[in-house]
Design a protein around this ligand. Structure first.
Ligand code: UTP
Length: 302
C-alpha cells in the first residue's frame, strides 16, 4: 500500500491556448484571469495547500510566464508596502509565504491535456499524484476539501485512479467526459467506473456525472498515456487514457462533489462571468456593497 505521507505531489496543467476566452486570452493566460480579487490559478494553489498537496508542478507553455512570476517571492514589493505603511495590503501577499515547492516544465506543443500530463512523469516518479486543471476552481472561494477525501479513498483502495465528478443538466452532457458507473453511486461514497464516455449525445449518456477537473493517478496513467493514440485535432486526450486503464483491468473510481460544492469553470465566458459575479457578491469586504449595487442596477434596468 502507498505510504500515506507520500501523496503530496500535484500537477497543474496550464499550457492550453484558451481560444474560447479570446480576446481576453490573446496575450495573457486564462489561468491568470481574476475571479473577484485573485487570479484563477492562485485559488487552485490555495486549494492544493489546504488539502496538503505541497509539491506542485506547473505544465506551462508559450506566453505563460506571468504564472511563474505570480508565485515568486517579491521582496521589493513587500518592502515598498511595509515602508509605505500599507501593512493591510501585505495580507494580500500571504500566499507567497506558504510552505510550497513549485516546479515548472513546458509543454512545447499544445498536443492536448493527456500530452500535458505526460510531462509530469519525471516529477511523479513512482509515486501517485493529483491533477488539478488550471482553469477550474472547486468550491466557493476554493474552500473544497474534495481532494483530501479523494486521497483518503485512493490510499484505502488499490486503485489506479480516482476522479471527481459533478452532476450536470442532461442538455449539457455533450460538453463533458461522462461517467458510466458500475452500480448507481451512493452519496459521499466512491463508485467504480466501467467506462468514461467523452462528450456523449444527450440520449446516449450513461449518467449526468461529468468529470470535475480533479484527479488522483497512480503512475500507471503514464503507460496508458503512452499507448493512447491522438484523437480529435491530433490531441492526446486524458479521457482516452483513463478508458485504456479501465479496459486493461485497472480499478478506476469516481467520487461526486459533496452537495453544495460547485466547480467554477473559467474556460468559457458564460461560466467565467457567473464565477466572477458570485465571488464578487460574496467577497468578505466588498460583497454587501456589490449586492446593493447589483440590486439597484437590476431595478433600474427593469
Ligand atoms: P481546455 O480543455 O480548456 O483547453 O484545457 P484549452 O486549450 O486551454 O482551451 P480552449 O479549448 O482553446 O478554449 C483544460 C486545462 O488543460 C490545460 C489548459 O491550460 C487548462 O488548464 N491544457 C490543455 C494543457 O496544459 N495543454 C493542452 O495541450 C491542453
Amino acid at each position: 500500500m502507498t505510504n500515506r505521507l507520500s501523496l503530496h505531489n500535484a500537477v497543474i496543467p496550464v499550457a492550453g491556448l484558451g481560444t474560447r476566452m479570446l480576446p481576453a486570452t490573446k496575450s495573457q493566460p486564462k489561468e491568470m484571469l481574476p475571479v473577484g480579487k485573485r487570479p484563477v490559478v492562485q485559488y487552485i494553489v490555495e486549494e492544493l495547500e489546504k488539502n496538503e498537496f505541497n509539491r506542485i508542478l506547473f505544465i506551462t507553455g508559450a506566453g505563460k510566464h506571468s504564472i511563474e512570476n505570480h508565485f515568486d517571492y517579491d521582496p521589493v514589493l513587500i518592502r515598498y508596502l511595509r515602508e509605505g505603511g500599507k501593512e493591510e495590503l501585505l495580507e494580500e501577499l500571504e500566499f507567497e509565504q506558504k510552505d510550497l515547492r513549485f516546479f515548472y516544465t513546458r509543454q512545447r506543443t499544445q498536443a492536448g491535456l493527456g500530452d500535458a500530463i505526460m510531462h509530469a512523469q519525471e516529477f511523479a516518479g513512482r509515486a501517485p499524484f493529483a491533477v488539478a486543471l488550471g482553469d477550474s476552481i472547486l468550491g466557493r472561494h476554493a474552500q473544497s476539501q474534495t481532494l483530501s477525501r479523494m486521497r483518503e479513498i485512493f490510499l484505502d483502495n488499490s486503485c489506479a485512479a480516482i476522479i471527481a465528478f459533478e452532476t450536470v443538466p442532461m442538455e449539457e452532457v455533450h460538453q463533458y467526459g461522462i461517467a458510466a458507473p458500475e452500480t448507481p453511486p451512493q452519496p459521499n461514497e466512491a463508485f467504480t467506473l466501467r467506462d468514461v464516455v467523452e462528450k456523449p449525445a444527450q440520449g446516449e449518456a450513461p449518467s449526468q456525472l461529468a468529470i470535475a477537473a480533479r484527479y488522483i493517478f497512480s503512475p500507471a496513467i503514464f503507460d496508458a498515456l503512452s499507448e493512447t493514440k491522438p484523437g480529435k485535432g491530433g490531441e492526446i486526450q486524458l479521457t482516452d487514457a483513463i478508458r485504456l486503464l479501465i479496459r486493461s483491468g485497472e480499478k478506476v473510481l469516481g467520487l461526486s462533489l459533496p452537495p453544495g460544492e460547485t466547480r467554477y469553470d473559467i474556460g468559457n465566458f458564460e461560466s467565467y462571468f457567473q464565477a466572477f459575479i458570485e465571488f464578487a457578491l460574496t467577497d468578505p469586504q466588498l460583497g454587501a456593497k456589490m449586492r446593493d449595487f447589483t440590486r439597484e442596477l437590476l431595478e433600474t434596468e427593469n
